[in-house]
Design a binder for this molecule. Structure first.
Ligand code: NAD
Ligand code: MG
Ligand code: MG
Ligand code: MG
Ligand code: MG
Length: 343
């Protein structure tokens, strides 16, 4: 099944001179923006943060000792413009800054949605790249400060200068990604796998599995508390085992009964029909249907998003969980204190 010919770059593959005398405009100072801006600055790169007048992030950027300007002014001054505002507002921000992109400048992303689905169409004489840490921004910052790194992705969409890759690698080094490994990919692959993963497995698939499991137990007359613990709380322990040691490590850690039951029943639950649904979901990502739906949804003021968001908040498991998590936090602290006393 494996067809890997993936290239991974590390610090020794990077050349900091590719970014050394350049100015980077970091647009946005949220999850990714605050981490990129501060890591770049600490690595000796010139940084100017681009934020709207009156942005609530402005004080935080100034407190970090960074220069702040409007997105248009920041982009004008920069050789590299790092687009780190939310994906849904990037096209509008791009319209504000595009006049500041000169031939040979770089427009850089941390996710490929707007380029891949044609919502931003940069001129042919700029480089278009992606340096995308595979982690939330606060970890990108914390790992850097600890002298560690965060794995990341590098993709080149447009290489007008012939040096886009060297510059991207130097940027990845400056934010700490090359310390952990930079995987080469494409805008298409990053965008489509990211959307599919969050829809089918990570965010959509797993929450749906939890809710169906919970409802099956509660509808059969079991207590909501038991159903919560079994279908939601324990998931964390299983995922930790998978993260640390893969499928085999997880199966080794659970009982033989759990292993036999899981191996014989798992594929009955997530069966060929689910696989067909996954393939359909992937197709909607690949043919742009999902992207079009989400773009139209945003233009309409997110009516469907709001309904789904509300329904999820109102699910019974949320009320049960909130109560139990409070008790659980209390009993965990008490357990810790007790075992402290025993020692
Ligand atoms: P965020 O929502 O955390 O940051 C938003 C920032 O943009 C804030 O500073 C806000 O002030 C600013 N902003 C919001 N609206 C604006 C507007 N209209 N004009 C100008 N500035 C505006 O964003 P994020 O999660 O860091 O995402 C940035 C990019 O990074 C996205 O492309 C995202 O897909 C990608 N990414 C995010 C993560 C993550 O873990 N959050 C991981 C990998 C890649
Ligand atoms: Mg410029
Ligand atoms: Mg995503
Ligand atoms: Mg993802
Ligand atoms: Mg159990």
């Amino acid at each position: 099944m494996s067809n890997s010919n993936t290239t991974i770059y590390y610090t020794e593959d990077t050349d900091r001179s590719a970014i050394e005398n350049k100015t980077v405009a970091v647009l946005g100072f949220g999850s990714q923006g605050h981490a990129h801006a501060q890591n770049l600055a600490d690595s000796g790169v010139n940084v100017v943060v681009g934020l709207r007048k009156g942005s609530s992030s402005r004080a935080a950027a100034e407190d970090a000792g960074l220069e702040v300007a409007t997105p248009a002014v920041a982009a004008e001054a920069a050789d590299i413009v790092s687009m780190l505002v939310p994906d849904t507002v990037q096209p509008a921000v791009y319209a504000d800054i595009k006049d500041g992109l000169e031939a040979g400048d770089t427009l850089q992303f941390a996710h490929g949605f707007n380029i891949h689905y044609g919502q931003i169409e940069p001129p042919a004489d700029v480089d278009v790249t992606m340096v995308a840490p595979k982690s939330p921004g606060h970890l990108v910052r914390r790992n850097y400060e600890n002298g560690e790194g965060t794995p990341g992705l590098l993709a080149i969409y447009q290489d007008s200068t012939g040096t886009a890759k060297e510059e991207g690698l130097a940027y990845a080094q400056a934010i700490g990604c090359a310390r952990a490994g930079v995987v080469e990919t494409t805008f298409r692959e990053e965008t489509e796998t990211d959307l599919f993963g969050e829809q089918a497995v990570l965010c959509g698939g797993v929450t749906s599995l939890i809710k169906h499991g919970y409802e099956t137990l509660v509808d059969a007359g079991y207590s909501p508390e038991m159903a919560y613990f079994e279908c939601m709380n324990e998931l964390k322990l299983i995922v930790d085992l998978l993260y640390e040691d893969g499928l085999g490590g997880m199966w080794d850690s659970v009982s033989d009964t759990a292993e036999y039951g899981g191996l014989t029943r798992g594929d009955r639950i997530v069966d060929d029909h689910v696989r067909e649904n996954m393939e359909e979901t992937l197709e909607e990502v690949q043919n742009g249907e999902f992207a079009r739906e989400w773009i139209v949804e945003n233009r309409a003021g997110r009516p469907s998003y709001s309904l789904h968001h509300q329904a999820e908040q109102n699910h019974d498991i949320e009320a049960v969980g909130e109560e139990l998590r409070q008790l659980f936090a209390w009993s965990e602290a008490t357990d810790a204190e007790e075992s402290e006393e025993e020692r």
